[in-house]
Design a protein around this ligand. Structure first.
Ligand code: ATP
Length: 427
């Protein structure tokens, strides 16, 4: 599903590589922690998976594709299969919870009916069904992160990348977020999470890949955070231990009370797929991942391929070109393309992966077909006329489409003035 072959990443103007000949493979359904000191290369790994950065040497394979061979034009379609969650949430501050989650679906042209079904479902899954009309600043940090997770998974990505998703949260809130990520993983989504949180890693006993100065020093199937001797201490060891103890207690306490405990335990015993099938929560999870008539195809091996895969989450400073979705998917409006490009392109490219985790799939990206000309969006033209979404949607379409550009969902250049669209953590 994800494979790094001798990947080296050297940023311009630096002497030491951020990643040095890194090799690893993540299989479908795995939950993997990337751990290591600050600067060890965790985020660089995630950025390479997203194709936000290019490897200086070696190859990165994601979902059966050599990411280097994916053209800029096709990156948005590629990223729709990857959900992303960040430490600082990155919500749209002037949108409700519902609108934040709906936004990415609208930008990729999902129908009104799809949005109206998918958003409440996913908000229910993250426990925010009663807060759909709240604004981000009316939520706690943990709730804001749940919104960000809902947004990342609403279109059912195959992979969820999480970069320090609990970094701004207290231990008890972090425990809840981890339970949510476990449920998402139990449902079949591969999760790769970069973290410094020793207590969480120790508690979860999942696969751990440890980086030191850009090199993998450990890859353990059921690991803990590991020997901190190889990780520079950032604070007094005693204090760190106390934090870890508190966090561990919180995780254990929350796990005892949580309804998802069964699924987690089942997963540990039987693996993610069986756990999802045997879990009491399976109906809810299966329901959320019910086949999307617009978005899935089944290949000859029986594996389900995503066509209109998930939104990427927020990928900052994305300057890649983006191509609009098909006219049939666009509902009542079409995302505009950059430089007045006059053709809509359909369907989004299909990410194909063999049942054996994609190792043998040709690195080939299906060319979208050109269909009818796209209509440029105007200020007064809503993306989709959702009755559930009241407020400023039509008037700020332009503003938020600029964010879409960053997400890799639409063509165009990022605009500096849009940085205030991100909502930071509640301190
Ligand atoms: N855009 C960049 N330009 C130059 N150097 C960079 C850039 N991004 C990262 N680096 C360097 O690459 C190395 C790895 O950084 P990276 O962000 O991947 O580490 P990390 O393990 O995620 O750190 P943290 O835990 O602090 O987020 C660091 O030395 C960092 O300074």
């Amino acid at each position: 599903m994800i494979r790094f072959d001798q990947v080296t990443k050297k940023y311009p103007g630096t002497i030491k590589p951020a990643l040095n000949a890194v090799d690893f493979e993540v299989k479908r359904g795995e939950f993997v922690f990337l751990v290591g000191a600050s600067g060890s290369g965790k985020s660089s790994c995630l950025r390479l998976v997203l194709k936000e950065e290019k490897p200086s040497a070696g190859t990165v394979h994601v979902l059966g594709h050599n990411v280097s061979s994916i053209s800029n034009r096709k990156i948005p379609y590629f990223r729709r299969n990857l959900g992303v969650v960040f430490q600082d949430f990155r919500l749209l501050p002037n949108k409700t919870v519902f609108q934040n989650v709906a936004f990415t679906l609208q930008v990729i042209g999902k129908s009104r009916g799809f949005v109206q079904e998918a958003v409440p479902d996913v908000l229910k899954m993250v426990g925010l069904e009663n807060k759909s009309q709240r604004m981000p600043h009316e939520l706690s940090g943990g709730e804001q992160q749940r919104v960000a997770i809902a947004r990342a998974i609403v279109n059912k990505p195959q992979v969820l990348l999480a970069d320090e998703p609990t970094g701004n949260l207290d231990p008890a809130t972090s425990a809840g977020i981890m339970q949510l990520l476990e449920r998402i993983n139990a449902n079949g989504t591969t999760v790769v999470m970069a973290t410094h949180e020793a207590a969480i890693v120790d508690k979860m006993q999942r696969r751990v890949i440890e980086l030191v100065e850009g090199a993998i020093v450990r890859d353990e199937t059921h690991g803990g955070y590991g020997n901190t001797a190889v990780i520079p201490e950032l604070g007094p060891r005693k204090e760190r231990g106390a934090d870890a103890q508190r966090a561990r207690r919180a995780v254990e306490e929350a796990a005892r009370e949580a309804p998802s405990t069964q699924s987690v335990v089942a997963q540990r015993r039987t693996g993610p797929v069986e756990a999802a099938a045997s879990s009491r929560e399976a109906p809810e999870v299966d329901d959320m991942r019910a086949p999307d008539p617009e978005g899935t195809v089944t290949n000859e091996t029986g594996a389900v391929d995503r066509v209109n895969g998930a939104d990427t989450g927020m990928t900052p400073a994305d300057s890649e070109r983006v191509v609009p979705s098909s006219s049939s998917e666009l509902g009542e409006a079409r995302p505009s393309s950059a430089e007045g490009e006059s053709a809509a392109i359909t369907p989004p490219w299909a990410v194909r992966e063999a049942a054996d985790d994609g190792a043998t799939v040709a690195d080939e990206v299906e060319e979208p077909r050109r269909t009818q000309p796209a209509q440029p969006l105007t200020q007064s033209q809503p993306i989709i006329g959702l009755p559930l979404i009241s407020g400023p949607l039509p008037d700020d379409t332009q503003e938020h489409l600029s964010l879409a550009e960053r997400l890799g969902l639409r063509a165009g250049k990022p605009r500096d003035e849009d940085t205030e669209q991100n909502v930071g953590p509640t301190k």
